[in-house]
Design a protein around this ligand. Structure first.
Ligand code: NAP
Length: 307
């Protein structure tokens, strides 16, 4: 195993909003930080077509927002590594981040792993992923120009996806299991004014049908109990997020849903290891609270190192 000679002050696992904010605060406090990210720098917000609720920025695309963050962090001297973290361990004064081929010794660690897409768990969902089933409207929406698609979910992601897709697609069905949306009311109002958007409420997806690509959905109206077909070429699934913290479970305590147990101070059950953003137990999972956590965790890590 290749072990870096250098000991970083703060090793940050996850390059989303929380992780990159932590790096900015760490670097500005004179600490050497490294961010280790397994897939996309920017995290979940990169797939948000338009962010309209970050204070001081009226409107910005998720990808521009995250590129600005990455730019800011790296210009301050943050090192970035694109590798999947396989575990962490404590060797006393040094904590080690393990990846498949390397080890990164650090004085403190911030876990900022975010969350990943929840799947519906219906027949053919996995088989047709990439063939009409998508978890990212911003990434895949253009492939469905002029066609009929469905979005599943009732949170802000589903609402934003429906709005984004309505600009390209002939028809967008927004399928939600209840008759009330969880996401922002202002977007619901905008969608109500769109001629090519139709709300399909109190309804769940029972099955996705298609040979080599999505052809239709089998829906179930929960009020009437009626099952029926809906012809669509694409289905965008936006039914929330789940944590991915199993590899840290032997070092920090998780709750029953897999979130890292940590309060607003971002302190975990293990000294010197902090948790920031959506991966920790918290009430409000927003861009602003992820950024706030990044700052809190970085300053807590600086204090830990000093002590
Ligand atoms: P979310 O708020 O958790 O919403 C998930 C939606 O999916 C809910 O409406 C839920 O229904 C539904 N759902 C869950 N499991 C389902 C299932 N098995 N079948 C059918 N429907 C199911 O998730 P999100 O929309 O991804 O948002 C995550 C967080 O990011 C939220 O805090 C959100 O505000 C934030 N966000 C912010 C922005 C931004 O621009 N700043 C953009 C997107 C998201 P119920 O309502 O019935 O539970």
């Amino acid at each position: 195993m290749d072990k870096t000679e250098h000991i970083y002050d703060i090793g940050i696992i996850g390059g989303g909003t929380a992780g990159m904010t932590a790096a900015i605060y760490g670097q500005r406090a004179g600490k050497q930080t490294v961010i280790i990210e397994g897939s996309t720098f920017g995290g979940q917000i990169t797939s948000s077509p338009n962010v309209e609720n970050y204070p001081g920025i009226a409107s910005v695309s998720g990808s521009e927002f995250s590129m600005n963050l990455l730019d800011q962090a790296t210009k301050l001297g943050t090192e970035t590594v694109m590798e999947q973290v396989t575990g962490i361990r404590d060797e006393g004064s040094v904590k080690v981040i393990e990846t498949a081929g390397k080890e990164y010794p650090c004085r403190s660690i911030i876990l900022a792993t975010g969350v990943t897409h929840r799947h519906l768990g219906v027949p053919n969902e996995e088989r047709l992923t990439g063939a009409g089933v998508s978890y990212c409207a911003t990434c895949d929406g253009m492939f469905f120009r002029g066609r009929d698609v469905a979005v599943v979910g009732g949170g802000s992601t589903a609402l934003q996806d429906a709005e984004f897709l309505s600009n390209y697609c002939r028809k967008v069905y927004l399928i939600h299991r209840r008759d009330e949306f969880r996401g922002e009311d202002s977007i619901v109002k905008r969608l109500e004014g769109k001629e090519n958007v139709e709300f399909v409420l109190n309804t769940t997806v029972k099955e996705i049908i298609g040979n080599t690509a999505v052809e239709r959905l089998i829906l179930n109206n929960k009020k009437t109990g009626k099952e029926y077909k809906l012809e669509v070429s694409g289905v965008f699934i936006a039914v929330g997020q789940i944590p991915q913290n199993e590899v840290f479970a032997d070092v920090v305590k998780l709750d029953e849903s897999g979130f890292i147990l940590a309060a607003e101070d971002c302190v975990t059950s293990h000294p010197g290891i902090f948790a920031a953003g959506d991966c920790r137990t918290k009430e409000v999972r927003q861009l602003t609270t992820a950024a706030a956590d990044g700052a809190v965790a970085a300053l807590a890590a600086c204090k830990y190192i000093a002590e």
